[in-house]
Design a protein around this ligand. Structure first.
Ligand code: FUC
Length: 823
């Protein structure tokens, strides 16, 4: 009876919130103008293998094409074996404070003499020309991210013309349909163009176009990726004819074009595939299906992923305008559904650019129109590539983490030799960049490239995947990778002559340098390096315990762990970036790498390390808000961790500002791509993750609901976010920043430690208990820090600080639990 009463209460409580749709109503990017010449106006579609930018231009339509394995160069390595001999000298110079000289020597002896990484390159364009389609009206184009389909329509001489396009997740082809609302009105010419040298563009039969090419040579590495794009056209009525290099459709009722693209790439060390055979096989298979079938198969597969999360912050009149106008207005208006649209767009981009078995989303995801893109559109692993995958687990797209996790395993293969030949160490390592060939050598000059934490950071994604899924067989399979990173540091760490610590040397705090160090970034024991090594050791130790192996090795890591430098609070009350207290409060550098310990790692907590937490806040304030896109995306996560929703929201506004307005960079393009500038997709993914972190966090020993709700989003609904421990927040409604009702599914069972902004009661099964000790759920482990800041007793007393309520609930696997606001 009590239970029934509570159910009725829940229903009554919910009644006022029914305006929160739980339906995805605002899930379109739309415009009343074509893209024109600007790539950043075009709309991205993709399936993790093929990417396309749809311009929506009327008389000369462009589909700019990418394929995930079209990279310059070919299998290669870029280690510098001179490093091993120079290493003691470089260390000596650093320890003597001769940073400039150390950097110079590192440039000569450590930085690669070979490739600085290869480039992700475009395939070309499919161009469609519609002669005489000039004086059109009623123009409209959209990207419907609830379906992953783009549309363009316009009227001409009283006839409505429609185009639809999607890159099928089910059939590995780009599909375009062109139709009109009167029969016989579809006429156009289709061509391929490409910026590659010596391509072969030809027609094959009446209805097929072929573009064949080979990627560029770059920095002494011969381009050997061969690609083939095929476009085949099906019409209803009308004629299809060909010239040498184009296909012409005349007077059809409708035309469907399917494009497949394939390469000879099998893996980072094997290019023996047959691109033409593959492209034909994909196309032949898709061509068997009719358009409606292709479209519904695609949407079904897409929605299986996309529909897992629903987010509703409510909406306002501001949402009725075209997307570019909403963007222009956002920072000065109340448009809450623009935030949910941007969040869901991030999930859309991940689904479209990262699919199991494919390449991970690179610096531009899978969308790049340039032969020489900025930073080669490769993988910068001192932040950018990791950031791409922050939304994967949190926003319930765990299986899309796979391409990145596979890349880490591949880096552990190539990085083994780098560890050995360059540093004489066991295990594996990577520097600050990699590419499709999984290079692990240091590039770009010592200022940037000396950092050797690429293996450390990327490997923690494997561990995080385990914490979210509890998948022990996965942990078993990747354990050698975790162990290998730990082995590298066990060998590479060195005693600092002036401090009682073991340090990473040489290293840096990515891309930043204190003035006191002669403008050189090269250093020993930077805070981020210490935090990374701590995570590497902690995860290897934990994994060995869970798997019941390598006890002696784990014990040896525990000894080393004790000798790592602790985090320190400096003279400006900041979290120190370096071992010496040399931070400047005037430094507004985009990288704030020492806050890695706050997010994505969880070494800094308001409850366990309040002094470091306060110092982190000062650091954030000193560094300022506006910066490059990805830096602002990271700051949204940090302010969420600070439990300051209003500051997190301020960063969202800074980020969702049209490019060119912010003093200091960043911003967003009309197609909602994030701007460094230029376009980098990391900012999109970083901000998506940050919005999730405002709603739910699971890093600090609990599932924390509503940790950082801003005034502007004070009421809302979300369903489908994931927490560590494989808990799924099935649904949650909040009003005036208070939790009204939340339902959590326990996929694995185990203790659910819940942290909420107001007292709650449980509806139905289970008993809420007061928290008395550390969370016994092993997937919520709180990391050992090098030097505990406060005692365990004090920590436990601190756990309910900051006006939160904490409960424990023993859950059963597969059961669902509902919590309502206490009356
Ligand atoms: C790092 C950053 C830059 C840029 C590049 C791709 O080097 O410092 O801002 O994002 O990666």
């Amino acid at each position: 009876m009590v239970t029934l009463n509570k159910v009725i209460c829940t229903a009554i409580l919910l009644a006022p919130f029914l305006f929160f749709g739980q339906q995805n109503s605002d899930l379109k990017l739309w415009y009343d103008e074509p893209s024109g010449k600007d790539w950043e106006n075009a709309l991205p579609i993709g399936n993790g293998r093929i990417g396309a930018m749809v311009y929506g231009n009327v008389s000369n339509e462009i589909f700019q094409l990418n394929e995930h394995t079209v990279w310059s160069g070919s299998p290669n390595r870029n280690d510098n074996p001179d490093a091993l001999e120079a290493l003691p000298k470089v260390r000596e110079l650093i320890f003597k404070g001769e940073y400039k000289a150390a950097e110079q020597l590192a440039n000569e002896k450590i930085i690669t003499k070979k490739s600085h990484g290869q480039m992700f390159q475009p395939v070309g364009n499919l161009e469609l020309s519609f002669p005489n389609h000039k004086a059109y009206n009623e123009y409209y184009r959209e990207l419907d991210i609830s379906k992953a389909v783009s549309k363009t329509s316009y009227q001409l001489n009283g006839i409505t013309y429609n185009r639809e396009a999607f890159v099928s997740l089910a059939d590995r082809v780009l599909v375009i349909k062109i139709s009109a609302d009167e029969p016989g009105k579809v006429s156009f010419t289709a061509n391929f163009t490409t910026p590659h040298l010596e391509p072969r563009i030809e027609t094959q039969g009446n209805d097929q176009l072929s573009l064949w090419g080979k990627t560029s040579d770059h920095e002494g590495v011969e381009g050997k990726v061969k690609f083939n794009a095929l476009a085949r056209i099906k019409t209803t009525n009308g004629t299809v004819t060909q010239t040498n290099s184009s296909v012409e459709v005349k007077n059809a009722d409708e035309a469907v074009i399917m494009i497949s693209i394939a390469t000879n790439f099998n893996s980072y060390h094997d290019l023996s595939g047959d691109e033409t055979e593959r492209a034909k096989a994909y196309l032949d298979a898709a061509f068997e299906k009719d358009y409606d079938q292709l479209k519904s198969d695609h949407i079904k597969k897409y929605q299986k992923l996309f529909d897992r999360v629903v987010l509703d912050f409510g909406s306002s009149e501001a949402s009725k305008l075209p997307t570019d106008e909403r963007l222009a207005n956002f920072r000065n208006t109340n448009d809450p559904s623009f935030v949910s649209l941007y969040f869901q767009f991030g999930r859309y981009l991940l689904i479209s650019s990262s699919q199991p078995g494919g390449q991970p989303a690179n610096l531009q995801g899978i969308w790049n129109g340039r032969m020489k893109p900025a930073w080669d559109s490769k993988y910068t692993i001192n932040i950018n590539a990791e950031m791409n995958y922050w939304p994967a687990e949190r926003t319930n797209l765990s299986e899309l983490h796979e391409p990145f996790l596979t890349m880490v395993q591949e880096l552990s293969e190539t990085g083994k030799e780098t560890a050995k030949v360059m540093y004489g160490a066991r295990g594996w390592m990577a520097h600050h960049n990699t590419d499709i060939w999984r290079i692990t050598g240091p590039i770009d000059g010592a200022f940037w490239g000396i950092w050797n934490g690429g293996g450390a950071w990327t490997s923690q994604h494997l561990w995080e995947h385990y914490l979210y899924t509890g998948d022990t067989s996965f942990l078993q399979s990747i354990y050698p990778v975790l162990k290998g990173t730990a082995e590298f540091y066990a060998d590479f760490l060195v005693e600092h002559p002036n401090y009682p610590y073991l340090v990473v040397a040489p290293g840096n705090s990515p891309e930043n340098a204190p003035k006191e160090h002669q403008g050189s970034s090269i250093t020993a024991g930077s805070t981020m390096d210490n935090q990374l090594v701590l995570d590497v050791f902690n995860s290897a130790i934990k994994a060995s315990k869970i798997l019941g192996k390598d006890e002696a090795f784990a014990d040896s890591l525990k000894m080393l762990r004790k000798q790592l430098p602790p985090m320190q609070v400096g003279k400006h009350n900041q979290l120190q970036e370096w071992l010496d207290d040399v931070d400047s409060p005037e430094d507004h550098h985009r990288h704030i790498s020492h806050l890695y310990g706050l997010f994505p790692s969880n070494q800094i907590s308001p409850y366990r390390t309040p002094k470091l937490f306060a110092a982190s806040k000062n650091t954030l304030l000193q560094r300022g808000d506006v910066s490059t896109g990805w830096s602002m995306g990271w700051k949204v996560n940090w302010w969420a961790k600070m439990q300051d929703g209003n500051h997190a929201y301020k960063l969202i506004k800074d980020q969702l500002t049209p490019v060119g307005i912010n003093q200091g960079g960043g911003g967003t393009y009309n197609n909602l791509f994030d701007a460094h500038p230029p376009f980098q997709i990391d900012g999109n993914f970083g901000c998506t993750s940050g919005i999730a972190e405002m709603l739910l966090q699971s890093s600090d020993g609990s599932v924390h609901l509503l940790p950082a709700i801003p005034d502007a989003l004070k009421s809302g609904y979300v369903g489908g976010l994931k927490a560590r421990g494989d808990f799924e927040l099935v649904s949650m409604e909040w009003k005036d920043k208070k939790l009204v009702v939340a339902t959590i599914k326990s996929n694995l069972g185990g203790n659910l430690r819940l942290r909420v902004p107001n007292a709650v009661e449980l509806v139905g099964i289970g008993t809420l208990k007061k928290v008395e000790d550390e969370n016994p759920n092993p997937l919520f482990y709180v990391p050992e820090t090098a030097a505990p800041i406060i005692s365990k007793e004090a920590t436990l007393k601190n756990l309910e600080l900051a006006n939160t309520f904490l409960y424990d609930l023993e859950t059963e696997k597969g059961k669902t639990y509902t919590f309502i606001m206490e009356k």
